[in-house]
Write a protein that binds this ligand. Sequence first.
Ligand SMILES: O=P(O)(O)OC[C@H]1O[C@H](O[C@H]2O[C@H](CO)[C@@H](O)[C@H](O)[C@H]2O)[C@H](O)[C@@H](O)[C@@H]1O
Length: 247
Amino acid sequence: MTGVPADLDAALAELAGRRPLLVASDYDGVLSRLVGDPSAATPEPGAEAALERLAAATGVTVALVSGRGVRDLQETSGFRGTYRWVGSHGAELDGPLTGELADRRDALVRLLQPVVAQVPGARLEIKPASVAVHVREVADRPAAAALLAQADALADPSLTKKPGKEVLELAVTAADKGAALQRLRAEVGAAAAIYLGDDVTDEDAFRALPPGDVAVKVGEGETVAPYRVADVPGAVALLDRLADLLA
Ligand SMILES: O=P(O)(O)OC[C@H]1O[C@H](O[C@H]2O[C@H](CO)[C@@H](O)[C@H](O)[C@H]2O)[C@H](O)[C@@H](O)[C@@H]1O
């Protein structure tokens, strides 16, 4: 099994002694490997079992904090545990969004659909409070970059731009994972928290954690997180290790 780095293991041991404890994780690129079709992003083997063990521990709250809409996250992951579900980068903290936001999002769909349709392999993902232009499966890389630049240029200033891995998302709310994590932390009265993330939008969450909390970057890339695991199996190994320490 993928090991947990020694410095991170020591931080987990310290974290395990604190309650209430918030264990929060991103989904894509952390609990699921990145794949071409977003709807095919199934969980890594062992991920759900580790989350369930953590959620069963006394004084521990598990939260899933995703750029996906909550319903999509539940359907794609198949997870059914007693977790806090945070979707749309925090815009959906507990439930679905209002119709007014959907109207603004629909206008974006009408604007971008014909543009995306011109690039073979590109996808337009329609989410509760945003649209995402995906280029992971665009073989012509200059065309992929040009599409992302075009989407960026078409976005009016009231939108929030969220670049990510092979994607540019245009959101009709200013929600970010950092504000969502702070709210969650306060709601559970957490004495400590850990957050795992792999993408640009997770940096907001890392920055929101106070000293003593544990921020873990999954995979390569620049980050403000002080800890790192190499990949998705490494993230699952971390969660398993924390569950062992809490047992
Ligand atoms: O916050 P997350 O749970 O990590 O969600 C971030 C975005 O994940 C999805 O896109 C990413 O994963 C796809 C499936 O592996 C991949 O095809 C794509 O290139 C990645 O950007 C999801 O589709 C987005 O809605 C999420 O915002």
